[in-house]
Ligand binder design. Sequence first.
Ligand code: ATP
Length: 312
Amino acid sequence: MIQVQNLTKYYHEFCAVDQINLHIAKGQIVGLLGPNGAGKTTTLRMLTGYFMPTSGDIRVKDYSVHQDSLKIKDMIGYLPESAPLYKGMLVYDYLDHIAGIRGLKGENKSKRIKELADMCSLREIMHKTVDTLSKGLKQRVGLAHAMMSDPEILVLDEPTSGLDPNQIVEIREIIRKIGEEKTVILSTHILSEAEATCDRIVIVNKGQIIADGNLEDIKGEAGRGAMIHIALQQADPDEARIVLQQVEGVDSVNALKAENGELVRLQLTCRASADPRPHIYHAIKGTNWVLIEFRQETKTLENIFRELTREN
Ligand code: ATP
């Protein structure tokens, strides 16, 4: 559906997006996740035809942004970070106005406004003025605006930024519902957002993609080199460290101080792509140590995100 090839954007000398390659299939909900300044907004603006790339290409179906940016714009609904709403208008009038701009008339227009009011839960606020609405309600009106011409692709820049927890849940539900039929690309720096809403997460940092896949792929990839925690009784810390250090797949062992003189705690860092747990079990079985705890640290998306994006 969307093919991004070597997409690059320079602001003068500064490279904000650096040779990004992405293939987005129809019907995916893709989260572009990255810290502030990672290049998410710039990427979305190029996708939606707001900015032309410095180099590289974006193809949507058979169209390229270089030759057919208007055709691509027609296929994409875009909700920027702050939805540009006409603040003094009633919600109904605002949607009616947008529908008119999109060329809808008569019955088609009323039908589409009604569909969007249902889709974005706007029925109760249709006769309220836009500037009296909470940020969450404004976002829902913005979503209805973006969906007016029933685009195949919906692009959302930080759709839950600044919303309270209840509003976040409401917007997520609407996005997931839209995602059942459409291709959705959203940007966020909120990890739980990407985790809760997206089928695929693309982590960007300093203009480059540093991880791409579903949550399990990303956790699996970054989870290699995992940490294992062990607690032993009747063990000497130095001896335990030496024995476990020799186990296949174990990279390093840190023996922590024995508690009350008897409990020895060890942290084992495993080699990438190794699962040394069976070997550790056999190594301990051959001793007189009493195994009290044996636990592999599960990495959360948050740990992974921090590891991948922290400053060198
Ligand atoms: P945020 O979450 O803070 O919006 P982002 O990941 O969306 O960040 P961008 O807004 O794409 O990042 O910005 C990427 C980099 O490009 C940043 O360092 C930013 O300062 C810079 N930048 C963005 N727009 C411009 C501009 N018009 N001129 C110059 N530099 C810019």
